[in-house]
Design a protein. Structure first.
Length: 221
C-alpha cells in the first residue's frame, strides 16, 4: 500500500520507518528498495484486505490524477464490520478501482455490491497482444468516438468484465483509453467509446458524472 499512518498522519513509505495500517491498525514496515516501488507492507504475511493487489507504476500514475486525500480510502460497512481500501474515493462518493490482476466474477460482484457507486479502470496493456487484437478487431471511431468490435482473441479480457458497472480499459498511449459500452459474450461483439483520460478524470473530480447512466458492458440497450 502507498499510505499508512505515521503518528496519525497519512504518509508515504520512507526508509527504515514503521507505521500503522489505516484499515486494520496492524503494524506495517516501509519497503524502499532500489528496484521496487516504495510501499508499506504488513509485518505478518497475512494482508488485512483480501481484495488488495500488488501496486505497480500503472496504479500509481492513475491514482496521482486524483488528490492525495482521495487515494486509498478505507471503506467501512457499519452493518457487517467489513473494511476494504478503495483505490480512489471522490468527495462525491464515487469509488474508482484500478485493476491489473485477474479476479473471479464472484469477486467483481462482491466489490460492486460493497462499494455501490463505482467505476472500473482495467489495465488492458498488461498483455500486449490484447492491445494489438483490439486495435485490429474494431472499426475506426465515428465522429462521436464510438467503434464496434468483434473479439476473436483467446483472451477473456472482455468476458471477465461483463458487468453492469461502468468499465474502462486502458490500452496505453498508443492504443487508447476506451469505455466498454456493450459486449455480448455469445457472439463476442461489442461497442466501445474512445475517451480522453483527462476528461474522464475531470468528470470524476468535478462530480459532473459517475458514468452510471448507461451502465456497463452487460447493461441492456
Amino acid at each position: 500500500m502507498r499510505y499508512a499512518d505515521v503518528n496519525g498522519v497519512k504518509s508515504e513509505a520512507q526508509p527504515k520507518t514503521r507505521a500503522l495500517c489505516r484499515a486494520c491498525g496492524g503494524e506495517v514496515v516501509a519497503k524502499c528498495g532500489k528496484h521496487v516501488i516504495w510501499h508499506w507492507s504488513h509485518i505478518s504475511l497475512a494482508t488485512c484486505d483480501r481484495w488488495w493487489e500488488t501496486e505497480t507504476e500503472w496504479h500509481r500514475r492513475w491514482k496521482d490524477r486524483f488528490p492525495k486525500d482521495w487515494q486509498e480510502v478505507v471503506q467501512y460497512d457499519a452493518l457487517t464490520g467489513e473494511k476494504h481500501i478503495a483505490d480512489v474515493r471522490t468527495r462525491h462518493g464515487v469509488v474508482v478501482e484500478f485493476q491489473r490482476s485477474t479476479i473471479e466474477p464472484s469477486e467483481v460482484k462482491d466489490r460492486e455490491s460493497f462499494h455501490q457507486r463505482m467505476v472500473w479502470v482495467i489495465d488492458g496493456a498488461k498483455n500486449e497482444s490484447d492491445c494489438v487484437n483490439f486495435s485490429n478487431m474494431r472499426t475506426r471511431p465515428d465522429d462521436n468516438g464510438f467503434a464496434v468490435f468483434q473479439w476473436y482473441g483467446r483472451s477473456k479480457l472482455f468476458h471477465r468484465w461483463h458487468t453492469t458497472t461502468p468499465v474502462f480499459i486502458d490500452f496505453g498511449d498508443q492504443y487508447g483509453f476506451w469505455r466498454v459500452c456493450r459486449f455480448d459474450p455469445q457472439n463476442k461483439k461489442g461497442v466501445a467509446l474512445l475517451v480522453d483520460r483527462s476528461l474522464f478524470t475531470a468528470a470524476l473530480i468535478e462530480g459532473t458524472s459517475d458514468f452510471s447512466r448507461n451502465g456497463g458492458p452487460a447493461s441492456a440497450f
